[in-house]
Design a binder for this molecule. Structure first.
Ligand code: 5AD
Ligand code: SF4
Length: 472
Protein backbone atom coordinates (compact mmCIF):
# COMPACT_ATOMS: atom_id res chain seq x y z
CA UNK A 1 0.00 0.00 0.00
CA UNK A 2 2.96 2.27 0.32
CA UNK A 3 3.22 2.20 -3.45
CA UNK A 4 0.93 3.43 -6.15
CA UNK A 5 -1.36 0.88 -7.67
CA UNK A 6 -3.07 3.17 -10.10
CA UNK A 7 -4.43 0.60 -12.39
CA UNK A 8 -8.06 1.40 -12.99
CA UNK A 9 -7.74 3.14 -16.29
CA UNK A 10 -10.55 1.70 -18.34
CA UNK A 11 -13.86 0.45 -17.09
CA UNK A 12 -15.43 -2.20 -19.30
CA UNK A 13 -19.06 -1.68 -20.26
CA UNK A 14 -21.77 -4.19 -19.41
CA UNK A 15 -23.30 -4.18 -22.90
CA UNK A 16 -20.94 -6.82 -24.19
CA UNK A 17 -22.21 -9.17 -21.52
CA UNK A 18 -25.86 -8.61 -22.25
CA UNK A 19 -25.32 -9.85 -25.80
CA UNK A 20 -23.45 -12.86 -24.52
CA UNK A 21 -26.23 -13.69 -22.16
CA UNK A 22 -28.97 -13.83 -24.74
CA UNK A 23 -26.99 -16.22 -26.91
CA UNK A 24 -26.29 -18.81 -24.25
CA UNK A 25 -28.25 -22.06 -23.97
CA UNK A 26 -28.66 -23.32 -20.42
CA UNK A 27 -27.22 -26.73 -19.75
CA UNK A 28 -28.38 -28.36 -16.52
CA UNK A 29 -25.60 -29.28 -14.13
CA UNK A 30 -24.80 -32.96 -13.76
CA UNK A 31 -24.88 -34.42 -10.27
CA UNK A 32 -21.56 -34.20 -8.50
CA UNK A 33 -20.04 -36.75 -6.23
CA UNK A 34 -18.20 -35.19 -3.37
CA UNK A 35 -17.87 -38.31 -1.30
CA UNK A 36 -14.70 -40.28 -0.84
CA UNK A 37 -11.16 -39.28 -1.59
CA UNK A 38 -11.87 -36.97 -4.49
CA UNK A 39 -12.62 -34.02 -2.22
CA UNK A 40 -10.41 -31.39 -3.78
CA UNK A 41 -10.90 -27.66 -4.19
CA UNK A 42 -9.40 -24.84 -6.19
CA UNK A 43 -9.93 -21.31 -4.92
CA UNK A 44 -9.21 -18.11 -6.82
CA UNK A 45 -9.45 -14.72 -5.17
CA UNK A 46 -10.09 -11.25 -6.57
CA UNK A 47 -10.26 -7.99 -4.67
CA UNK A 48 -9.16 -6.53 -1.40
CA UNK A 49 -7.33 -7.89 1.64
CA UNK A 50 -10.69 -8.67 3.24
CA UNK A 51 -11.34 -11.02 0.37
CA UNK A 52 -7.89 -12.54 0.55
CA UNK A 53 -8.46 -13.26 4.22
CA UNK A 54 -12.01 -14.52 3.66
CA UNK A 55 -10.50 -16.99 1.18
CA UNK A 56 -8.06 -18.14 3.83
CA UNK A 57 -11.02 -18.83 6.10
CA UNK A 58 -13.00 -20.56 3.34
CA UNK A 59 -9.96 -22.78 2.71
CA UNK A 60 -9.85 -23.48 6.46
CA UNK A 61 -13.53 -24.54 6.47
CA UNK A 62 -12.94 -26.92 3.56
CA UNK A 63 -9.71 -28.37 4.92
CA UNK A 64 -11.59 -29.00 8.17
CA UNK A 65 -14.09 -31.07 6.19
CA UNK A 66 -11.40 -33.28 4.69
CA UNK A 67 -10.84 -31.39 1.45
CA UNK A 68 -7.48 -30.95 -0.15
CA UNK A 69 -6.48 -27.71 -1.86
CA UNK A 70 -5.14 -28.06 -5.40
CA UNK A 71 -3.40 -25.61 -7.68
CA UNK A 72 -5.29 -26.25 -10.91
CA UNK A 73 -8.92 -26.22 -11.92
CA UNK A 74 -8.41 -29.52 -13.73
CA UNK A 75 -7.43 -31.27 -10.53
CA UNK A 76 -10.34 -29.84 -8.51
CA UNK A 77 -13.81 -31.13 -7.83
CA UNK A 78 -14.92 -27.89 -6.24
CA UNK A 79 -13.92 -24.72 -8.08
CA UNK A 80 -14.53 -21.49 -6.18
CA UNK A 81 -14.19 -17.86 -7.16
CA UNK A 82 -14.10 -15.29 -4.41
CA UNK A 83 -15.18 -12.15 -6.20
CA UNK A 84 -15.00 -8.37 -6.00
CA UNK A 85 -17.62 -5.92 -7.20
CA UNK A 86 -16.13 -2.64 -6.06
CA UNK A 87 -15.86 -1.40 -9.65
CA UNK A 88 -17.60 -2.62 -12.76
CA UNK A 89 -14.37 -3.83 -14.30
CA UNK A 90 -13.75 -6.14 -11.35
CA UNK A 91 -17.28 -7.56 -11.45
CA UNK A 92 -17.02 -7.99 -15.21
CA UNK A 93 -13.94 -10.13 -14.88
CA UNK A 94 -15.93 -12.71 -12.95
CA UNK A 95 -18.50 -13.24 -15.68
CA UNK A 96 -15.82 -13.70 -18.29
CA UNK A 97 -14.06 -16.15 -15.98
CA UNK A 98 -17.31 -18.05 -15.46
CA UNK A 99 -17.89 -18.08 -19.22
CA UNK A 100 -14.57 -19.86 -19.62
CA UNK A 101 -15.69 -22.61 -17.22
CA UNK A 102 -18.85 -23.40 -19.05
CA UNK A 103 -17.02 -26.27 -20.71
CA UNK A 104 -17.02 -28.06 -17.36
CA UNK A 105 -20.80 -28.00 -17.15
CA UNK A 106 -21.16 -31.63 -18.07
CA UNK A 107 -18.30 -32.78 -15.90
CA UNK A 108 -18.40 -33.73 -12.30
CA UNK A 109 -17.20 -30.40 -11.06
CA UNK A 110 -18.93 -27.98 -8.79
CA UNK A 111 -18.39 -24.35 -9.65
CA UNK A 112 -19.15 -21.81 -6.95
CA UNK A 113 -19.16 -18.04 -6.71
CA UNK A 114 -18.38 -16.39 -3.40
CA UNK A 115 -17.89 -12.82 -2.27
CA UNK A 116 -19.24 -9.48 -3.26
CA UNK A 117 -20.45 -10.32 -6.77
CA UNK A 118 -22.32 -13.32 -5.33
CA UNK A 119 -24.01 -11.10 -2.78
CA UNK A 120 -24.79 -8.45 -5.34
CA UNK A 121 -26.07 -10.63 -8.15
CA UNK A 122 -27.54 -13.54 -6.19
CA UNK A 123 -29.77 -15.81 -8.21
CA UNK A 124 -28.91 -13.87 -11.33
CA UNK A 125 -25.64 -15.81 -11.41
CA UNK A 126 -27.53 -19.11 -11.79
CA UNK A 127 -29.52 -17.47 -14.59
CA UNK A 128 -26.53 -16.19 -16.45
CA UNK A 129 -24.19 -19.08 -15.75
CA UNK A 130 -26.35 -22.13 -15.07
CA UNK A 131 -23.28 -24.31 -14.59
CA UNK A 132 -22.70 -22.56 -11.28
CA UNK A 133 -23.95 -24.59 -8.30
CA UNK A 134 -22.98 -22.57 -5.28
CA UNK A 135 -23.56 -18.87 -4.69
CA UNK A 136 -22.61 -17.49 -1.31
CA UNK A 137 -22.28 -13.81 -0.54
CA UNK A 138 -19.69 -12.25 1.71
CA UNK A 139 -22.30 -11.28 4.29
CA UNK A 140 -23.35 -14.95 4.70
CA UNK A 141 -20.10 -16.82 5.12
CA UNK A 142 -21.10 -18.12 8.51
CA UNK A 143 -23.46 -20.36 6.48
CA UNK A 144 -20.72 -21.71 4.28
CA UNK A 145 -20.08 -24.98 6.13
CA UNK A 146 -23.84 -25.80 5.92
CA UNK A 147 -23.89 -24.97 2.23
CA UNK A 148 -20.94 -27.24 1.55
CA UNK A 149 -22.69 -29.99 3.53
CA UNK A 150 -25.76 -29.56 1.31
CA UNK A 151 -23.61 -29.89 -1.79
CA UNK A 152 -22.02 -33.02 -0.36
CA UNK A 153 -25.50 -34.40 0.30
CA UNK A 154 -26.16 -34.09 -3.42
CA UNK A 155 -28.10 -30.83 -3.66
CA UNK A 156 -27.75 -29.36 -7.10
CA UNK A 157 -27.82 -25.72 -6.25
CA UNK A 158 -27.23 -24.01 -2.99
CA UNK A 159 -27.31 -20.37 -2.15
CA UNK A 160 -26.45 -18.26 0.91
CA UNK A 161 -27.46 -14.66 0.63
CA UNK A 162 -28.61 -13.67 4.11
CA UNK A 163 -27.74 -10.15 5.07
CA UNK A 164 -29.48 -9.87 8.38
CA UNK A 165 -27.00 -12.16 10.07
CA UNK A 166 -25.17 -10.58 12.95
CA UNK A 167 -22.77 -13.49 13.07
CA UNK A 168 -19.18 -12.83 12.07
CA UNK A 169 -17.31 -15.41 10.07
CA UNK A 170 -15.53 -17.46 12.75
CA UNK A 171 -13.64 -20.54 11.65
CA UNK A 172 -11.85 -23.25 13.56
CA UNK A 173 -9.03 -23.42 11.06
CA UNK A 174 -7.78 -20.64 8.82
CA UNK A 175 -5.33 -21.56 6.13
CA UNK A 176 -3.00 -18.56 5.99
CA UNK A 177 -1.20 -17.94 2.71
CA UNK A 178 1.33 -15.35 3.82
CA UNK A 179 3.97 -16.93 6.07
CA UNK A 180 5.02 -13.62 7.59
CA UNK A 181 1.89 -11.50 7.97
CA UNK A 182 -1.35 -12.84 9.42
CA UNK A 183 -4.63 -11.12 8.58
CA UNK A 184 -7.33 -10.91 11.18
CA UNK A 185 -10.84 -9.51 10.67
CA UNK A 186 -12.02 -7.47 13.64
CA UNK A 187 -15.06 -5.85 12.04
CA UNK A 188 -17.15 -6.99 9.11
CA UNK A 189 -19.59 -5.06 6.92
CA UNK A 190 -20.06 -1.32 6.83
CA UNK A 191 -22.62 1.08 8.29
CA UNK A 192 -21.46 4.13 6.38
CA UNK A 193 -23.45 5.04 3.30
CA UNK A 194 -20.95 6.54 0.85
CA UNK A 195 -22.99 7.22 -2.22
CA UNK A 196 -20.59 5.47 -4.64
CA UNK A 197 -19.89 2.34 -2.62
CA UNK A 198 -21.39 -1.10 -2.98
CA UNK A 199 -19.80 -2.52 0.17
CA UNK A 200 -22.64 -1.77 2.63
CA UNK A 201 -24.84 -3.77 0.26
CA UNK A 202 -22.44 -6.62 -0.46
CA UNK A 203 -20.98 -7.04 2.99
CA UNK A 204 -23.99 -6.08 5.07
CA UNK A 205 -24.17 -4.11 8.32
CA UNK A 206 -21.22 -3.54 10.60
CA UNK A 207 -20.44 -6.41 13.03
CA UNK A 208 -17.48 -6.22 15.41
CA UNK A 209 -15.84 -9.24 17.03
CA UNK A 210 -15.55 -9.40 20.79
CA UNK A 211 -12.14 -8.14 21.94
CA UNK A 212 -11.42 -11.36 23.88
CA UNK A 213 -11.93 -13.41 20.69
CA UNK A 214 -9.65 -11.10 18.73
CA UNK A 215 -6.95 -11.32 21.41
CA UNK A 216 -7.27 -15.10 21.65
CA UNK A 217 -6.69 -15.36 17.91
CA UNK A 218 -3.68 -13.05 18.09
CA UNK A 219 -2.23 -15.26 20.85
CA UNK A 220 -2.75 -18.34 18.69
CA UNK A 221 -1.04 -16.58 15.78
CA UNK A 222 1.91 -15.54 17.91
CA UNK A 223 2.22 -19.13 19.19
CA UNK A 224 2.19 -20.33 15.59
CA UNK A 225 5.18 -18.09 14.88
CA UNK A 226 3.63 -15.01 13.27
CA UNK A 227 5.20 -11.78 14.42
CA UNK A 228 3.17 -9.40 12.26
CA UNK A 229 -0.62 -9.14 12.31
CA UNK A 230 -2.86 -6.91 10.25
CA UNK A 231 -6.28 -6.08 11.66
CA UNK A 232 -8.88 -5.82 8.92
CA UNK A 233 -12.20 -4.09 8.43
CA UNK A 234 -13.82 -1.88 5.80
CA UNK A 235 -13.87 0.78 8.50
CA UNK A 236 -11.50 -0.85 10.95
CA UNK A 237 -11.37 2.11 13.32
CA UNK A 238 -15.16 2.13 13.71
CA UNK A 239 -14.59 -1.01 15.82
CA UNK A 240 -17.07 -1.25 18.66
CA UNK A 241 -16.44 -4.05 21.15
CA UNK A 242 -19.72 -5.98 21.58
CA UNK A 243 -18.53 -7.50 24.88
CA UNK A 244 -18.81 -6.00 28.35
CA UNK A 245 -15.11 -5.01 28.16
CA UNK A 246 -16.09 -2.26 25.72
CA UNK A 247 -12.54 -1.77 24.49
CA UNK A 248 -12.06 1.15 22.15
CA UNK A 249 -10.21 0.57 18.90
CA UNK A 250 -7.10 2.29 20.26
CA UNK A 251 -7.20 0.13 23.40
CA UNK A 252 -7.55 -2.98 21.26
CA UNK A 253 -4.51 -1.94 19.21
CA UNK A 254 -2.46 -1.56 22.38
CA UNK A 255 -3.67 -4.93 23.73
CA UNK A 256 -2.87 -6.71 20.45
CA UNK A 257 0.60 -5.15 20.42
CA UNK A 258 1.18 -6.39 23.97
CA UNK A 259 0.69 -10.05 23.02
CA UNK A 260 3.98 -11.87 23.56
CA UNK A 261 5.72 -12.55 20.25
CA UNK A 262 3.94 -9.85 18.26
CA UNK A 263 6.39 -7.40 16.78
CA UNK A 264 4.30 -5.51 14.24
CA UNK A 265 0.62 -4.56 14.20
CA UNK A 266 -1.03 -2.99 11.17
CA UNK A 267 -4.65 -2.05 10.54
CA UNK A 268 -6.67 -1.10 7.48
CA UNK A 269 -8.85 0.69 6.35
CA UNK A 270 -9.48 3.71 8.58
CA UNK A 271 -12.42 6.04 8.05
CA UNK A 272 -11.51 9.70 8.63
CA UNK A 273 -14.65 10.43 10.65
CA UNK A 274 -13.79 7.88 13.33
CA UNK A 275 -10.07 8.59 13.34
CA UNK A 276 -9.25 10.11 16.71
CA UNK A 277 -6.22 11.39 18.56
CA UNK A 278 -6.17 8.28 20.76
CA UNK A 279 -5.06 6.20 17.75
CA UNK A 280 -2.13 8.54 17.08
CA UNK A 281 -1.22 8.49 20.78
CA UNK A 282 -1.28 4.69 20.78
CA UNK A 283 1.06 4.57 17.77
CA UNK A 284 3.31 7.13 19.40
CA UNK A 285 3.68 5.20 22.62
CA UNK A 286 3.72 1.58 21.42
CA UNK A 287 6.62 0.69 19.09
CA UNK A 288 4.91 -2.49 17.88
CA UNK A 289 2.16 -0.41 16.26
CA UNK A 290 3.42 0.27 12.74
CA UNK A 291 3.89 3.87 11.69
CA UNK A 292 1.42 3.75 8.83
CA UNK A 293 -2.20 4.83 8.47
CA UNK A 294 -4.34 4.24 5.37
CA UNK A 295 -6.86 7.08 5.52
CA UNK A 296 -8.78 7.40 2.25
CA UNK A 297 -9.94 10.92 1.45
CA UNK A 298 -11.65 10.12 -1.91
CA UNK A 299 -11.78 13.79 -3.02
CA UNK A 300 -10.21 17.10 -2.08
CA UNK A 301 -13.39 19.03 -2.78
CA UNK A 302 -15.83 19.57 0.08
CA UNK A 303 -18.66 19.86 -2.44
CA UNK A 304 -17.88 16.42 -3.91
CA UNK A 305 -17.28 14.94 -0.44
CA UNK A 306 -20.80 16.06 0.46
CA UNK A 307 -22.20 14.40 -2.69
CA UNK A 308 -20.25 11.29 -1.77
CA UNK A 309 -21.79 11.38 1.75
CA UNK A 310 -18.33 11.08 3.29
CA UNK A 311 -19.41 13.03 6.43
CA UNK A 312 -16.33 15.30 6.58
CA UNK A 313 -15.07 18.39 4.81
CA UNK A 314 -11.69 18.96 3.20
CA UNK A 315 -10.68 21.08 6.20
CA UNK A 316 -11.77 18.47 8.75
CA UNK A 317 -9.81 15.85 6.87
CA UNK A 318 -6.69 18.00 6.75
CA UNK A 319 -7.01 18.52 10.50
CA UNK A 320 -6.75 14.74 10.94
CA UNK A 321 -3.62 14.76 8.77
CA UNK A 322 -2.16 17.59 10.87
CA UNK A 323 -2.87 15.55 14.00
CA UNK A 324 -0.97 12.58 12.51
CA UNK A 325 1.94 14.80 11.46
CA UNK A 326 2.25 16.11 15.02
CA UNK A 327 3.11 12.63 16.30
CA UNK A 328 6.54 12.19 17.89
CA UNK A 329 7.57 9.62 15.30
CA UNK A 330 6.91 10.04 11.57
CA UNK A 331 3.76 8.18 10.50
CA UNK A 332 3.35 7.34 6.85
CA UNK A 333 -0.09 8.13 5.41
CA UNK A 334 -1.68 6.62 2.30
CA UNK A 335 -5.03 7.31 0.68
CA UNK A 336 -7.62 6.37 -1.95
CA UNK A 337 -8.88 8.90 -4.49
CA UNK A 338 -11.84 8.64 -6.85
CA UNK A 339 -11.78 10.86 -9.94
CA UNK A 340 -14.72 11.57 -12.23
CA UNK A 341 -17.52 11.41 -9.68
CA UNK A 342 -20.74 12.74 -11.33
CA UNK A 343 -20.71 16.53 -11.57
CA UNK A 344 -16.99 16.82 -10.72
CA UNK A 345 -15.76 20.10 -12.20
CA UNK A 346 -12.31 21.31 -13.17
CA UNK A 347 -12.27 23.26 -9.89
CA UNK A 348 -13.00 20.10 -7.91
CA UNK A 349 -10.11 18.33 -9.64
CA UNK A 350 -7.82 21.24 -8.74
CA UNK A 351 -8.96 20.89 -5.13
CA UNK A 352 -8.00 17.22 -5.17
CA UNK A 353 -4.59 18.04 -6.65
CA UNK A 354 -3.97 20.72 -4.04
CA UNK A 355 -5.04 18.31 -1.30
CA UNK A 356 -2.34 15.93 -2.51
CA UNK A 357 0.19 18.73 -2.00
CA UNK A 358 -1.18 19.53 1.44
CA UNK A 359 -1.48 15.94 2.67
CA UNK A 360 1.92 14.75 1.36
CA UNK A 361 0.85 11.13 1.10
CA UNK A 362 3.36 8.31 0.90
CA UNK A 363 1.12 6.37 -1.46
CA UNK A 364 -2.21 6.76 -3.23
CA UNK A 365 -4.57 4.32 -4.91
CA UNK A 366 -6.46 6.33 -7.51
CA UNK A 367 -9.57 5.09 -9.30
CA UNK A 368 -11.96 6.25 -11.99
CA UNK A 369 -15.47 6.48 -10.64
CA UNK A 370 -17.58 3.50 -11.68
CA UNK A 371 -21.35 3.58 -11.12
CA UNK A 372 -22.46 0.57 -9.05
CA UNK A 373 -25.84 -1.09 -8.57
CA UNK A 374 -27.62 -0.49 -5.25
CA UNK A 375 -25.73 2.74 -4.57
CA UNK A 376 -27.32 6.14 -4.28
CA UNK A 377 -24.91 7.71 -6.79
CA UNK A 378 -25.75 5.18 -9.49
CA UNK A 379 -28.19 7.40 -11.35
CA UNK A 380 -26.72 10.78 -10.51
CA UNK A 381 -26.77 13.22 -13.43
CA UNK A 382 -23.72 14.82 -15.07
CA UNK A 383 -21.69 11.69 -15.60
CA UNK A 384 -18.10 12.42 -16.62
CA UNK A 385 -17.04 10.87 -19.96
CA UNK A 386 -14.60 7.97 -19.63
CA UNK A 387 -11.81 9.73 -21.58
CA UNK A 388 -12.05 12.69 -19.26
CA UNK A 389 -11.93 10.40 -16.21
CA UNK A 390 -8.78 8.90 -17.69
CA UNK A 391 -7.19 12.33 -18.08
CA UNK A 392 -8.05 13.26 -14.50
CA UNK A 393 -6.65 10.00 -13.22
CA UNK A 394 -3.39 10.67 -15.06
CA UNK A 395 -3.17 14.15 -13.54
CA UNK A 396 -3.65 12.77 -10.03
CA UNK A 397 -1.07 10.06 -10.65
CA UNK A 398 1.48 12.48 -12.09
CA UNK A 399 1.16 14.87 -9.18
CA UNK A 400 1.38 12.10 -6.61
CA UNK A 401 4.39 10.53 -8.33
CA UNK A 402 6.32 13.78 -7.90
CA UNK A 403 5.31 14.02 -4.24
CA UNK A 404 6.50 10.46 -3.62
CA UNK A 405 9.71 11.07 -5.53
CA UNK A 406 10.57 13.94 -3.17
CA UNK A 407 9.41 12.14 -0.02
CA UNK A 408 11.36 9.00 -0.81
CA UNK A 409 14.47 10.98 -1.76
CA UNK A 410 14.44 12.53 1.69
CA UNK A 411 14.82 9.05 3.19
CA UNK A 412 18.15 8.31 1.50
CA UNK A 413 20.81 7.81 4.15
CA UNK A 414 18.34 6.71 6.84
CA UNK A 415 18.19 3.20 8.29
CA UNK A 416 14.94 1.27 8.72
CA UNK A 417 14.02 -2.08 10.15
CA UNK A 418 12.73 -4.35 7.40
CA UNK A 419 10.77 -7.58 7.69
CA UNK A 420 12.25 -9.61 4.83
CA UNK A 421 9.51 -11.27 2.80
CA UNK A 422 11.08 -11.80 -0.60
CA UNK A 423 14.29 -13.03 -2.18
CA UNK A 424 15.35 -12.17 -5.68
CA UNK A 425 16.72 -14.84 -7.97
CA UNK A 426 19.91 -12.83 -8.07
CA UNK A 427 22.11 -13.78 -5.19
CA UNK A 428 22.27 -11.43 -2.26
CA UNK A 429 19.16 -9.44 -3.26
CA UNK A 430 16.27 -9.23 -0.83
CA UNK A 431 13.11 -7.26 -0.30
CA UNK A 432 10.80 -6.46 2.55
CA UNK A 433 8.69 -3.80 4.19
CA UNK A 434 9.50 -1.08 6.66
CA UNK A 435 7.15 -0.38 9.54
CA UNK A 436 5.83 2.46 7.35
CA UNK A 437 4.82 -0.24 4.81
CA UNK A 438 7.29 1.08 2.24
CA UNK A 439 8.96 -1.56 0.11
CA UNK A 440 12.73 -1.68 0.53
CA UNK A 441 14.88 -3.76 -1.85
CA UNK A 442 18.35 -4.38 -0.52
CA UNK A 443 21.55 -6.34 -0.79
CA UNK A 444 23.08 -8.42 1.96
CA UNK A 445 26.03 -10.77 2.24
CA UNK A 446 24.02 -12.86 4.71
CA UNK A 447 21.96 -15.94 3.80
CA UNK A 448 18.54 -17.19 4.91
CA UNK A 449 17.04 -13.79 5.64
CA UNK A 450 13.40 -14.65 4.85
CA UNK A 451 11.19 -13.82 7.82
CA UNK A 452 14.00 -11.95 9.60
CA UNK A 453 13.91 -8.35 10.83
CA UNK A 454 17.02 -6.58 9.60
CA UNK A 455 18.28 -2.98 9.61
CA UNK A 456 18.64 -1.57 6.10
CA UNK A 457 20.28 1.69 5.09
CA UNK A 458 18.57 3.45 2.18
CA UNK A 459 21.01 4.27 -0.61
CA UNK A 460 18.70 5.39 -3.43
CA UNK A 461 15.02 5.87 -4.13
CA UNK A 462 12.33 6.06 -6.78
CA UNK A 463 8.70 7.18 -6.39
CA UNK A 464 7.55 3.63 -5.62
CA UNK A 465 10.40 2.00 -3.84
CA UNK A 466 13.56 2.34 -1.86
CA UNK A 467 16.85 0.61 -2.46
CA UNK A 468 19.45 -0.03 0.20
CA UNK A 469 21.94 -2.33 1.82
CA UNK A 470 21.92 -4.43 4.95
CA UNK A 471 23.34 -2.27 7.74
CA UNK A 472 25.46 -4.80 9.57
N1 5AD B 1 -15.89 3.64 -8.24
C1 5AD B 1 -14.55 3.84 -8.15
N2 5AD B 1 -13.85 3.60 -7.04
C2 5AD B 1 -14.51 3.13 -5.97
N3 5AD B 1 -14.10 2.80 -4.73
C3 5AD B 1 -15.17 2.37 -4.03
N4 5AD B 1 -16.28 2.41 -4.77
C4 5AD B 1 -15.90 2.89 -5.99
C5 5AD B 1 -16.59 3.18 -7.20
N5 5AD B 1 -17.92 2.99 -7.29
C6 5AD B 1 -12.72 2.97 -4.28
C7 5AD B 1 -12.64 3.88 -3.06
C8 5AD B 1 -12.36 2.93 -1.95
C9 5AD B 1 -11.54 1.87 -2.65
C10 5AD B 1 -11.45 0.56 -1.94
O1 5AD B 1 -12.20 1.71 -3.87
O2 5AD B 1 -11.56 4.76 -3.26
O3 5AD B 1 -11.67 3.52 -0.87
FE1 SF4 C 1 -13.32 -6.13 -1.13
FE2 SF4 C 1 -14.94 -4.21 -1.58
FE3 SF4 C 1 -14.19 -5.71 -3.55
FE4 SF4 C 1 -15.84 -6.63 -1.79
S1 SF4 C 1 -16.25 -5.00 -3.16
S2 SF4 C 1 -14.05 -7.64 -2.55
S3 SF4 C 1 -15.13 -5.64 0.02
S4 SF4 C 1 -12.89 -4.36 -2.40
Amino acid sequence: MGSNRMNERVDVQLDALTGLRAAQPRPEPAPADLSGDGKTFYLETFGCQMNVHDSEKVAGVLLGRGYQQVETIDAAKLVLYNTCSIREKAAQKIYSRLGAYRKYAGEEKIIGVLGCVAQQEGEEIFERSPWVRLVCGSASYSKLPDLVAELEAGNRRVMGLDKDTDATFETEITRRDNPFRAYLTIIEGCDKACSYCVVPFTRGPERSRASALVLAEVRRLADAGYSEVQLLGQTVNSYSDPSSKKMTFAELLVAVAAVHGIRRVRFTTSHPRDFGRDIVEAIDSVPQLCDHVHLPVQSGSTRILREMLRTYTREEYLEKIAMIREARRPISVTSDIIVGFPGETEEDVEETLSLLDAAQYDGVFAFQYSPRPNTSAQHMPDAIPEEEKGRRLARVMDRQREIQRARNEALVGQTFEVLVDGASRREGQWSGRCSSNRILNFTSPRENLLGEYVPVRVSSSSPNCLVGEHAI
